[in-house]
Design a protein around this ligand. Structure first.
Ligand SMILES: *Cc1c(COP(=O)(O)O)cnc(C)c1O
Length: 355
């Protein structure tokens, strides 16, 4: 607390990001990609003309916007870019969700959404998941100030088909429905194909997970021109240049290498399924996942205990200390070697601990 802070800032409960250790650990706690970015990204960064850094970047990041438009088969005017999808989400909350009615979201979802609600004084209404930890799409009230959820959802990993999202949109046409596709490249189905027929659908995505560029901060949104214009209004009232020149150039290079992208996503998926079987053999409950992480419940030790014991042995996973989630861990998918180390470590832990 400080007398210098605005009253609303005294009240904020900021998002707590997963820890970023300085020492070498096996880091399975923030869903980063274990594989390097496309080789073209390195080339672009090495060869970037340093003198260009004197100049401001393109405020519209047009080169990257055009490349994303081609990738998703939409018009460039249907694409918005921001400094990571967290920033894109912040702009979207400001642009679309500040209504009298509450914003609807699943009770369990990306924990940044309620933080933005507090920042922008938006009332959030949480809708319980079903008994299989799935978002209940048909439980969203028709009377709302907007709807937001991640698909696949985090930290559960369950995702809905495009047809299910289309069905949801057929019941909600008056306010924005935001589908956060941070994890869609790991086996989910993108709803981008619906943006031409659903002017209130905004799909967000990120280069942080499937394109191995969390450190560069590139996020995007795809929707109708109307929605993109709303985002532009907020962005241009806040920061004209959310993407720096290096991020724009490197982002284009990342998109160009389809083969690398596909190979990395497939490797993550294969390792995920192998890890899933390994964890099940160690008596973990493992939820089906379409993302680059597994949401798991150890049956023979408490989740917090497993978290702490792993941490002591140099392996970081994510534990959420909330009433609903405290029995579970979220484990990001690393390389095969990292996951083998995890499974071997768990095997010794679970064998030596009496239960
Ligand atoms: C990681 C994540 C983001 C944020 O991605 P950045 O582009 O790195 O800001 C947004 N939504 C969900 C659901 C995520 O898991």
């Amino acid at each position: 607390m400080s007398k210098f802070w605005s009253p609303s800032v005294q009240e904020l409960k900021p998002y707590i990001p997963g820890e970023q250790p300085r020492t070498r650990l096996i880091k399975l706690n923030t869903n980063e990609n274990p594989y390097p970015p496309a080789p073209g990204v390195e080339r672009v960064l090495r060869e970037y003309p340093i003198d260009h850094l004197r100049l401001y970047p393109d405020p519209d990041a047009s080169a990257l916007r055009d490349a994303l438009a081609r990738e998703y088969n939409v018009q460039p005017e249907q694409v918005f870019l921001g400094n990571g999808s967290d920033e894109v989400l912040a702009f979207a909350f400001q642009a679309f969700f500040r209504h009298d009615k509450p914003l609807l979201m699943p009770e369990i979802t990306y924990s940044f959404y309620p933080v933005y609600c507090q920042l922008y004084a938006i009332e959030a209404q949480r809708v319980a998941l079903d008994d299989q930890w799935r978002v209940q799409l048909d439980a969203f009230d028709s009377d709302n100030g907007g709807i937001i959820f991640a698909n696949p959802n985090a930290p559960t990993g369950h995702g809905y088909s495009r047809a299910a999202i289309a069905e949801l949109l057929s019941h909600h046409t008056e306010r924005v429905v935001l589908v956060d596709e941070a994890y869609a490249d790991f086996g989910g189905e993108s709803a981008v194909g619906l943006v031409d027929t659903c002017p209130n659908l905004l799909v967000t995505g990120t280069f942080s997970k499937s394109r191995s560029l969390a450190g560069l901060r590139i996020g995007y949104a795809i929707g109708s021109r109307e929605l993109i214009e709303g985002l532009d209004r907020v962005k241009n009232s806040f920061n004209s240049y959310p993407l720096d020149s290096l991020a724009i150039a490197a982002g284009v290079a990342a998109l160009e290498d389809r083969a690398h992208f596909k190979a990395c996503c497939e490797a993550v998926i294969t390792t995920r399924e192998r890890t899933r079987r390994g964890l099940e053999q160690l008596d973990f409950e493992v939820l089906p996942s379409q993302a680059n992480f597994l949401f798991v419940r150890p049956r023979s030790m408490s989740a917090l205990e497993v978290f702490s014991e792993l941490r002591e042995r140099g392996i970081l996973v994510r534990h959420f200390n909330t009433d609903i989630l405290h029995d579970f861990l979220r484990i990001s998918i690393g390389t095969d070697d990292e996951m083998d180390t995890l499974l071997e470590t768990l095997d010794t832990l679970i064998n030596v601990t009496p239960h």
